[in-house]
Design a protein around this ligand. Structure first.
Ligand SMILES: [Fe+2]
Length: 194
């Protein structure tokens, strides 16, 4: 099975001025593409040659195949978490889950931003459905993903430097401010109701 780089759900300049076309050109067009291309090379002739991406993430175990499969999955998920029509405050089930799990949207946003900024080195900040109407924030290093733990990811922010360095240099807070202006709450709601 040849894995393919998924199209972005919007044009490369659609997230400007918050995330530039140049960032997407590199982040999607080079970094994400490289994970997919490397995965295809690594699985050729192995037991994972015909496996789907989620199967590989769940079963490959630590190593290069897992790293590239998980990064391919994480990035496809991240693109869907953003939208030029995103931002603002969530409605519906997510709004209720945030209020009941964090007290208020403002508290949730601050807690998520603080967690994301605390990622040391490369990694991801996730909002996860932990079940029983509870949602929680978790950071994960490198390619780690809720998918490998059988958890349902609701939202992610890529905290690898390649996600923000062209636009924000070392200003993680500036990148997080941009992130909140782009969050696709409709997608998060779909994930929560899935
Ligand atoms: Fe990335």
């Amino acid at each position: 099975m040849k894995h393919e780089l998924p199209d972005l759900p919007y044009s490369k300049n659609a997230l400007e001025p918050h995330i530039s076309a140049e960032t997407l050109e590199y982040h999607w067009g080079k970094h994400h593409r490289k994970y997919v291309d490397t995965l295809n090379e690594l699985i050729s002739g192995t037991e994972f040659a015909d496996a789907g991406l989620e199967d590989i993430v769940g079963n490959a175990g630590a190593g290069p195949i897992f790293n590239n499969a998980a990064q391919a999955w994480n990035h496809a998920f991240y693109w869907n978490c953003l939208s030029p029509e995103g931002g603002g405050r969530p409605q519906g089930a997510v709004a209720k889950a945030i209020d009941s799990s964090f007290g208020s949207f403002d508290k949730f946003r601050d807690e998520f931003s603080d967690a994301a900024k605390s990622v040391f080195g490369s990694g991801w900040a996730w909002l996860i459905n932990t079940g029983n109407d509870v949602i929680s924030i978790q950071t994960m290093p490198n390619a780690e993903t809720p998918l490998m733990h059988g958890r349902i990811a609701l939202l992610t922010c890529d905290m690898w430097e390649h996600a923000y360095y062209l636009d924000y240099r070392n200003d993680k807070g500036g990148y997080l401010d941009a992130f909140w202006k782009l969050v696709n709450w409709d997608f998060v709601n779909e994930r929560l109701e899935a």
